[in-house]
Write a protein that binds this ligand. Structure first.
Ligand SMILES: NC(=O)C1=CN([C@@H]2O[C@H](COP(=O)(O)OP(=O)(O)OC[C@H]3O[C@@H](n4cnc5c(N)ncnc54)[C@H](O)[C@@H]3O)[C@@H](O)[C@H]2O)C=CC1
Ligand SMILES: O=C(O)[C@@H]1CCC=N1
Length: 282
């Protein structure tokens, strides 16, 4: 069955209602996998909750209320907050009701073992770890997952349904999650910088800003689709654009002088290294 034809009936909770929670939830809603009436969100401030309230979700500042109501509970707070957020959750949440609940952690740099350890009061807590990215919002997410020790086949299928409806979602060993986080989790920010720089270049050459940004984004989209849809090696695709003695090679020479490739590789190294510094240590 195509994931697009599925409608989920579970209740979905978000502990933390920030950027990634919105991307995950709106992605599902846009694809009609769920509606906001199935969504329960807790956040530290009422300001964050206004958006959710306007959409028709149940909102609260009490994490335990979300855990009590929802069948699937996304842990979507910043990594340094997680122990505190779960402690708050356990103040009102009845751990023996947890058997039917699935926790999905999207926290960077926070291992399954650390989450399972923080949730130890919830005996046999079913946990999945996912590294999503914000383009889930527009149906072009790139996510990876790995199951915790008590996760079931049902949990794996549910995670695949949730994240594949809004993009690609693949299983990886947990040792690779921070690497994928650097590439796909942080990657959109790197690409926005590149689009902005291309737009600046266009503006410098006289193209109006709005048009220049649109052309830059469409060019990135077109190049990405060429890679994905033709399946041809990026080197060959590059050759097809680069005429001997032409304009493109003149530009590529400048990019190589600016160490574009090496800089992007360094950016991924830095992001992956930073993930290792975040989150509670087991
Ligand atoms: N933003 C992104 O592109 C991605 C983020 N992530 C991970 O998702 C997590 C959340 O990131 P963002 O959504 O960007 O952060 P954010 O700052 O936008 O959202 C965090 C939310 O947590 C809430 N919060 C703070 N303390 C809380 C508490 N004690 N209990 C309940 N809620 C509390 C805040 O009010 C806020 O709504 C992080 O762990 C990050 O590593 C993972 C992949 C991509
Ligand atoms: O910047 C961060 O820490 C999060 C994780 C991946 C994307 N954003």
């Amino acid at each position: 069955m195509s994931v697009n034809s599925v409608k989920l009936h579970q209740k979905f909770g978000f502990i933390g209602g920030g950027n990634i929670a919105r991307a995950i939830c709106e992605g599902m809603v846009r694809k009609k996998l769920i509606s906001f009436s199935q969504v329960y969100v807790s956040s530290a401030t009422h300001t964050t909750l206004e958006y959710w309230k306007d959409q028709g979700a149940f909102t609260t500042t009490i994490n335990g209320k979300v855990a009590d109501e929802a069948d699937v509970i996304f842990l979507a707070v910043k990594p340094h907050i997680i122990a505190e957020a779960i402690a708050q959750l356990l103040q009102t949440f009845t751990p023996d009701r947890a058997a039917n609940k699935l926790f999905i952690s999207v926290l960077a740099g926070t291992t399954l073992a650390a989450i399972e350890n923080i949730l130890q009061e919830v005996h046999g807590a079913r946990v999945m770890r996912v590294m999503p990215n914000t383009p889930l919002l527009v149906g072009e997410g790139c996510s990876v997952y790995c199951p915790g020790q008590h996760a079931t086949e049902y949990d794996i299928n549910l995670v695949k349904t949730i994240f594949q409806v809004s993009g690609v979602c693949e299983l990886v060993p947990e040792s690779l999650i921070s690497s994928v986080g650097a590439l796909a989790g942080s990657g959109p920010a790197f690409i926005y910088l590149i689009i902005e720089a291309l737009s600046d270049g266009g503006v410098k050459l006289g193209i109006p800003r709005k048009t220049s940004t649109m052309f830059a984004a469409q060019t990135v989209l077109g190049a990405a689709k060429m890679v994905l849809e033709t399946g041809r090696h990026t080197g060959i695709l590059k050759e097809e654009v680069t005429s001997p003695g032409g304009t493109t090679i003149a530009g590529i020479h400048e990019l190589e002088k600016g160490r574009l490739r090496s800089t992007l590789m360094d950016a991924l190294d830095a992001a992956a290294k930073r993930a290792g510094e975040l989150g509670p240590k087991k």
